[in-house]
Ligand binder design. Sequence first.
Ligand SMILES: O=C(O)CCC(=O)C(=O)O
Ligand SMILES: [Fe+2]
Length: 312
Amino acid sequence: MSNIFNEKFLEIDDQNIINKIENTGFFFFEEAIKKEFLNQISNDLSGKEFGVNDNFSTPVVTRTQYYFTHALTTSKNYFDLIISNKFLSLAKSKFNDKFRLKCHRYYETKYGHHMTWHADNVDNQGNIHENDGLIFIIYVNDVFDGEFQLIQGTNLKENHHERKLNYSSDKFVEENFADKVVSFKGKAGSIIVYDTWHLHRAKPINNKNFIRKSIFMQIDQSMRNSEKIILTPDFINKDQIKNLELMTYLGFGEKSDFPSAPIASHKNLPIKSLVGLIYKSLIVSVKNMVKTILSKILTQDQILKIVLKKKK
Ligand SMILES: O=C(O)CCC(=O)C(=O)O
Ligand SMILES: [Fe+2]
């Protein structure tokens, strides 16, 4: 029995899933992944501090989102999901032997986030490319607001030459595609797998207090165009190292020169986090100054006495 997937999802033949994606552009299944397993991932990855002079991988935050891009280094559960046999065998059904994890992340989205309609078959410059790929989105909590949406039919390659731009405005979509928009509301553990050529977005969240928790990953047929996949060896067992398909999937020996999404720096920090950081930094600076002054005016014996007193 799998500790990751519910049996009813595992029972579905890979080829049936791929056929469904090829015929309609997507596959959707509620409660494909076990709730307890996702809760563990959430415990591992949610609510962590963004890094400042931190010697490990940490999440990044923006005003309306929290991203743990390098979650493969931090949560063994997350790692096991991303490299699960089910996902690899699905990719194999679609792409035969050549496929690669292009990017992945755990992320949380809040009220106020606006995502433009876009497609995910883009290169490093944001230009649409011809490579095929599959996106997997997993809901870590119940998502009945701010759900994933796609415009059915926009993945069809016959119309592709008409699409000069990767991005489409809300107004353009409302005027031209209102009847083609498919929305995916679903319980925790729901999975959506879709063709990267599709125009899609996350619908803006209505409820000010709701936070949508999700996992995103992209598998491309092309061996190029990958973000850096940062790994930690202790999560990989000795049999997995010998598994060439898995190593190829993770990008061993291939170029990974796409910037990690989202590109982030202190400039993206929400004001609250920035002010908190300044406050904490000021306190630390004052403490460090006092320590420096004391270390200059006190003898070593006096310092030792203070240290011992503190330890008691
Ligand atoms: O979270 C979603 O619903 C969509 C995410 C997405 O389109 C992306 O990250 O490229
Ligand atoms: Fe996308």
